[in-house]
Design a binder for this molecule. Structure first.
Ligand code: GLN
Length: 197
C-alpha cells in the first residue's frame, strides 16, 4: 500500500494532506497520507510533500526533529518528493536571499530567489499552464520564491506563468512556486502521485 508523508512541522500541512488523499482517491488508490513529524514516520514511505510556509522555520525544525538528513538521503536515492513554495526553496540547490542559518536539501538543480515578488505584490492568483494538462490551473502565489535559473539539463519545466517557468521536474523531484493545495483542483497532486502508482 502506498504511504504519502507530508512534512508537518510548519506551513499548510493539512491542506496538502487533504489534497493528497483526494488525489489518491481519484487515482483509485487506497493509500494513506500521514503527517510526518519524526524520522520514524519515514518507514515504508512512498512519497514526500514539503509544504509552503516559511522556509527558515521548516529548515530549522527539520534539523531539530532529525528529518533533514534522512529526507535528503531518500530524495537522493530516488524517492519522489514534491516541494511547493517554501518546499521548493527547501529542495533547491541555490537560494538567493537565504538567511545564514538556513540549510537546504540541495536536491533540485535550480537557483531560486527566496522573496522575489516583493511586498507590493506579495500574494496573487493567476492562470498557470501545466505541461501535463490542456486546461489552465489556478496558481496561488503567496510571497512566492522565483525560479531564476535551471542549473542542469535534467530539470524539465512543467508549469508556466505567461512564458516564465514556475514549476519544474527533475526525475523523482517536483518543485513549484505556487500552492496547488490551496485550490480544490487536485491535478498537480495526481500528476505527482502518479509517480508511485
Ligand atoms: N517566502 C517564503 C519563505 O522564504 C515562502 C512563502 C510560502 O511558502 N508561501 O519561506
Amino acid at each position: 500500500m502506498v504511504r504519502v508523508g507530508v512534512i508537518g512541522l510548519q506551513g499548510d500541512v493539512s491542506e496538502h494532506i487533504d489534497a493528497a488523499k483526494e488525489a489518491l482517491n481519484n487515482l483509485g488508490s487506497s493509500g494513506e497520507v500521514i503527517w510526518l513529524r519524526k524520522p520514524e514516520g519515514l518507514e515504508g514511505i512512498s512519497a514526500i510533500i514539503i509544504p509552503g510556509g516559511e522556509s527558515t522555520t521548516i529548515s530549522r525544525l527539520m534539523m531539530k526533529n532529525g528529518l533533514f538528513e534522512p529526507v535528503r538521503k531518500l530524495g537522493e536515492e530516488g524517492l519522489p518528493i514534491m516541494g511547493t513554495c517554501a518546499g521548493l526553496i527547501m529542495l533547491s540547490k541555490e537560494v538567493v536571499g537565504a538567511t545564514p542559518e538556513q540549510k537546504f536539501l540541495g536536491l533540485l538543480d535550480v537557483r531560486v530567489n527566496r522573496n522575489a515578488y516583493g511586498r507590493q505584490v506579495d500574494s496573487f492568483e493567476a492562470p498557470v499552464k501545466l505541461a501535463f494538462s490542456d486546461e489552465p490551473f489556478t496558481g496561488v502565489f503567496i510571497r512566492a520564491p522565483r525560479i531564476l535559473k535551471l542549473l542542469s539539463p535534467k530539470v524539465k519545466p512543467i508549469a508556466w506563468l505567461s512564458n516564465r517557468v514556475i514549476g519544474v521536474e527533475q526525475d523523482n523531484l517536483i518543485g513549484l512556486e505556487f500552492h496547488p493545495e490551496l485550490t480544490d483542483d487536485t491535478r498537480v497532486h495526481e500528476y505527482f502521485l502518479g509517480k508511485i502508482l
